[in-house]
Design a protein around this ligand. Structure first.
Ligand SMILES: [Zn+2]
Length: 487
């Protein structure tokens, strides 16, 4: 299975780009590798109906992809992004097939085997044809390019999805990668990848579209444990109780209001669903993210509210990814390795790990997530382990130490739940050097909204200083900061 991939790698020209699901190890490849994740976007859904399988309920389909469905695709992404990403979906004309459009030899009974990203290469003609037929039916593909890396049309589609009534788990398929770098083109608009899901399992499309946005899988395909909870790219039921993004995903997508902690700070974190607030402790490739999670419009599977603590290590990459690209194996084609040997498959040292308040390490043992035990709530804390031992199954120490065992400077104490759903907490971070990092060179959410304690505001002297400080901050921001396969 790996062999055809390595052959393809030779054929694809070397590009200074990442790939389409590298979780923003590369950020500049919106267009060829990712769809835009900010601003207004126009997405196309192509329904492909095969005779002999349950027919589409068009009304239900259009409802799920309309902005009016409180639990639908559009509202999900609008809420998850704090309104920063505003997709609108057109459900294209239903394409009807008398028989399965996939070659019978590779797809007996029209079924697509789970766990084989190469399987769909046999279906590439069908994908090409689905776009051509939709074009011929009068759909103008230029209407689906209103956004791009610079927020304007760029001749790359804002996002194309294909839904089939054939039982099918779902996949985000990088057509161009498997087509020697050449995307599908319709009306001059290039389509490099498609999110594909089965109608019987509509919620899977939210996850598959996440791949088009640039996100990798955060569940454990090998089933040694469930993978990351509290993430639509991780472990959830793919049911109507849709889960919000994990803090790392939200932060990388620039859907967060990022508070960088420096020194000891008492913070009030509002529910992340409506505030986007994420507290980050630590800098570089290994750090902690803290957010307030609980049942709201989404996350309804959470019975209670508390602080979710994520331990991030961007250094984790797929074990089989060779070469010099650090951080999730960002080079073209590494998504194959990330799928086969995923970045979140090691329960004890994944890319994104949910630190559990009860310290029982039940998630690592493939036991269920329980918000009441696993979120940080009043009476819980997270401290440094002074022995600096390395955490492992034989040494299950619930502490804030880095994976090396070294102290991180992170501590979490004195959690207090307020009546409006906000949570007060005392966080410790290293006392200095925390405020310089930027997620991206410029634009919304590239920089923390706050780093360290804000300067005290006292009397009229301080009031006079404020406009100057604000101007200085703006100047600083402008100058210094130019930097599934499921089922
Ligand atoms: Zn996936």
């Amino acid at each position: 299975m790996l062999r055809p991939v390595s052959v393809l790698l030779v054929l694809v020209p070397a590009l200074a780009l990442g790939d389409y699901m590298d979780h923003f190890a590369q950020r500049d490849d919106v267009g060829p590798r990712k769809v835009p994740y900010l601003g207004d976007a126009r997405l196309l859904l192509i329904p492909v109906e095969v005779k002999g399988f349950p027919p589409f309920d068009r009304a239900r389909l259009e409802q799920f992809f309309s902005p009016d469905d409180a639990n639908g695709f559009v509202h999900y992404f609008e809420v998850a992004s704090l309104g920063r990403y505003r997709p609108r979906v057109t459900v294209g004309p239903t394409l009807s097939y008398e028989r399965c459009p996939l070659p019978e030899a590779q797809f007996p009974g029209c079924r697509i085997a789970r766990g084989d990203i190469n399987a769909l290469t046999g279906g590439m003609d069908m994908l090409r044809e689905a776009v051509r037929k939709t074009d011929e039916a009068g759909v103008d593909f230029t209407a689906f390019d209103v956004n791009g890396r610079a927020g304007a049309p760029d001749r790359w589609a804002d996002g194309v999805m294909l839904l089939t009534n054939v039982p099918f788990g779902g996949i985000a398929f990088p057509f161009a990668y498997f087509n020697q770098g050449t995307p599908i083109v319709a009306d001059g608009v290039r389509i490099p990848h498609l999110a594909i899901a089965g109608d019987s399992d509509l919620f899977v499309m939210i996850h598959e579209f996440g791949h088009l946005l640039g996100l990798t899988d955060l569940y454990d395909e090998t089933q040694r444990y469930a993978g990351l909870h509290l993430s639509f790219m991780g472990s959830w039921g793919y049911d109507p109780k849709v889960v919000l993004p994990d803090a790392e995903t939200r932060w990388r997508l620039r859907w967060a209001n990022w508070i960088q902690v420096q020194g000891r700070q008492r913070l009030t974190l509002k529910p992340v669903e409506t505030s986007g607030q994420i507290a980050r402790v630590g800098v570089g490739d290994e750090y902690f993210l803290v957010e307030n999670r609980g049942p709201g419009e989404f996350d309804q599977h959470l019975g209670v509210r508390g602080l979710a603590v994520f331990h991030i290590d961007r250094g984790v990459k797929s074990v089989t990814a060779q070469g010099s690209f650090p951080k999730l194996g960002a080079k073209e084609g590494d998504f194959v390795n990330r799928t086969l040997d995923c970045v979140n498959c090691d329960a004890w040292h994944p890319y994104t790990r949910l630190v559990q308040a009860d310290g029982a390490f039940e998630l690592e043992a493939y036991k269920p997530f329980r918000a009441a035990d696993d979120l940080f709530r009043p009476g819980t804390s997270l401290l440094n382990d002074p022995s600096s031992s390395i955490r492992s199954p034989s040494n299950p120490v619930n502490a804030s130490n880095l994976y090396s065992g070294q102290p991180s400077g992170f501590a979490l104490n004195d959690v207090r739940l307020l009546s409006d759903g906000s949570i007060e907490v005392t966080l410790d971070a290293p006392p200095a050097g925390q405020c310089e990092e930027r997620l991206c060179p410029e634009g919304e959410a590239c920089a923390p909204v706050q780093c360290g304690e804000p300067p005290p505001k006292t009397g009229c002297a301080a009031a006079g200083v404020e406009p100057a400080a604000a101007a200085l901050l703006l100047l600083l921001l402008e100058q210094g900061l130019r930097r599934r396969q499921r089922r």
